[in-house]
Design a protein around this ligand. Sequence first.
Ligand code: SAM
Length: 419
Amino acid sequence: MPESALFVYVTCQVGAEPALKNEVARVCPALRFAFSRPGFLTFKLAPHASLPENWSDRLVFARAAGQCLGKVQGTTPENRARTVWELLTPVPATELHVWPRDRYTPGYRDYEPGLTAESQEIERFLLSQRPAVSTESAPAEVQESPAGLRPAGAADGTNPSVSETPLVADVIVVEPEEWWVGCHKLQTRVSRLPGGLSTAQLPETAVSRAWLKMEEAVNWSAFPLEAGQTVVEIGSAPGGASQYLLSRGLKVIGVDPAEMAPAVLADPQFRHIRKRSKEVPRSEFIGVDWLTCDVNLPPNYTLDTVKAIVAHPGVRFKGLLLTLKLVEWSLADEIPKFLSRIRSWGFRDVTARQLHHNRQEICVAATGFKAPKPHPPSGAGARRPSASKSKTRSTGKPGSRPGKPRAGRPRPAKPKPQD
Ligand SMILES: C[S@@+](CC[C@H](N)C(=O)[O-])C[C@H]1O[C@@H](n2cnc3c(N)ncnc32)[C@H](O)[C@@H]1O
């Protein structure tokens, strides 16, 4: 980014602004709050301070973020377009992202954030008004196309060729006649999507909008799901998320005491365990590749539920996708603790994001599992006996309780479920 950057913009869902401000203060203390509208905030960088390279990826509530170049409020669309291109002159961007700020809290009167006909029209208009680029002076990457910039649709969020082009020009339609201009680096999958907005579409056959959440979570996490693998879904009813996973060729084990939609039950790759997760024998999870969990419980209960499964010897998931419901916004401040808890189970890469399709909740992706070393038992007289001392008189094998003779083979110690 150009060195003159003094302001950054961050967009989020309406309602998440206080949580985002707290997060910015914690993660990027060099940023001082400057301006906000619902779903759109700017921050000023303290003099002589700099931001870490991946600052915005560490903000769970930031849907999109970048350097802020200025506000545009011309009286006519032509005037506004001219100012947009003037602000963007020093930015060697090869792509243009135009999107609206959210108008309402997701779900309010069925409101769903996303691109609008108006923002798409503004994008077309801006591209039509772009001044001609002198091919002699333009950087090589700008010379790629006659217009110098591609519309956002040129990148679908997965096009690897886009990674060669480092910057995207941003126009955020904060009000119909008030546009904010910025730019951001193409670093992650979501940075390739205008406004970080998922392009997932809800199929007519989907039994719940959880399809959208699951599709977005899978794309964001970049988990390498493969057809034929098995995923267990805790909290699977009525089944939109399972339908998405089935559409990817996965086998799904749905755990939920509630009824699944008949369309999901009819799929031969789906198996319903109609129970609460704590009633399911842990052996059911052995050999399963992935775990997803979306239960309507506060975060610590959700984490207790998942921990009781992942702590079972023999269970080894490649990754977890968890929805944590922020039943109160104050829980947002505890997100670092929730993520540390998941790391303590042995997952090395744990990241969180409030997805476009999340309501008052966040998505956590955990991967890189390595079984943690068992902690020595705590409490008086609970020192771990040496291997020779742990042999009992009855079995002579390590692991059984000393002084308690038992018939037959000793059973391995069971972890105590917390849910
Ligand atoms: C938000 S809904 C899940 C939506 C679902 N993933 C879909 O795709 O349609 C939450 C579900 O969690 C289930 N649930 C709550 N506690 C649970 C538990 N301990 N074990 C399994 N399911 C649970 C509820 O019965 C409810 O169906």
